[in-house]
Ligand binder design. Sequence first.
Ligand SMILES: NC(=O)c1ccc[n+]([C@@H]2O[C@H](COP(=O)([O-])OP(=O)(O)OC[C@H]3O[C@@H](n4cnc5c(N)ncnc54)[C@H](OP(=O)(O)O)[C@@H]3O)[C@@H](O)[C@H]2O)c1
Length: 218
Amino acid sequence: MNDQKPVLAILGGTGKEGPGLALRWAHAGYPLIIGSRQAEKAQATAAEINAQLGIDTVRGMENSEAARLADLAVLTVVQSAQLEALQSVREVLQGKILVDATARVDFRDPRPPAPPAAARLAQDVLGPGVRVVAAFQNVPAHALKKDLGGTIPTDVLVCSDDVGAAQQVIELAKAVGMRAYYAGGLDNAVVVEGLTALLISINKHYGAKTASIGISGI
Ligand SMILES: NC(=O)c1ccc[n+]([C@@H]2O[C@H](COP(=O)([O-])OP(=O)(O)OC[C@H]3O[C@@H](n4cnc5c(N)ncnc54)[C@H](OP(=O)(O)O)[C@@H]3O)[C@@H](O)[C@H]2O)c1
C-alpha cells in the first residue's frame, strides 16, 4: 500500500462485528464503505457511523458494489452465510485482498470447528486471483466500540498464505489500536476460529463480554 489510505469495504457490515471495525477505521481516516445485501440497510448503518463520528464520508451500498469500489474488503457476514456471500462478490474481488473474520462457533454451544479453516474455504471459492487473509475472528464486537482512538486489549492473529497481504492487514489492525501478529498460513486459521470457542466459554463462565487473547514472549 502507498501513503494513501486504501478504500475499505465491510461486507455484511450491518451486524455486530462489521460496524465495530468500520467505526474504528473511519475514525482513523480510512475511506470506508459499508456493504449489505440491501443498499438501504447499508446506508442506514453508514449514517449511524457518520453521526457518531461527526463526518459524512462513510458510504453504504450493496455488497458487490462495495467490493467493486474497495481496495480491500473485510467479510463480516453471519458465519452460516460466509460461502454464499463470497460467491456473490467473487468476480469483483479479483486482484484484491479479502479479509475473512469468520469464526464458525455457535454461541450457545461453543466448540472448535473442524478443518479446513473458514478462510481456506474462502480461498477455494475465490480462487488464486484473490489474496485471502484470516483476521479479527477473536476480536469481540463489544471491545471495538469503546475508546475509538485508544488501544484495544486484544491481539489479532493474522493467517495467510501470502505474507505480504498479511502484513497489510497487520498494519490495518495496528492503525486502530490492536496488536497483530503473523500466525502462519490459512490452514492455521482453524485454530484461531477454535480460540473463539474458548473465549465464549470464558465469557459465559465469568459473566464477561470481552475476553481476549494476548501473545507474550516476542
Ligand atoms: N460478534 C462478534 O463479537 C464477533 C467477533 C469476531 C468475529 N465475528 C465473526 O464476524 C462475523 C459476523 O458476526 P456478527 O456477530 O457481526 O454477525 P451478525 O450480526 O449476526 O450478522 C452480520 C451480517 O450478516 C449478514 N447476513 C445475514 N445473513 C446473510 C446471508 N444469507 N447472506 C449474506 N449476508 C448475510 C447481515 O447483513 P445484511 O442483512 O445487511 O446483508 C448481517 O448484518 C461472523 O463470521 C462471526 O463469526 C464476530
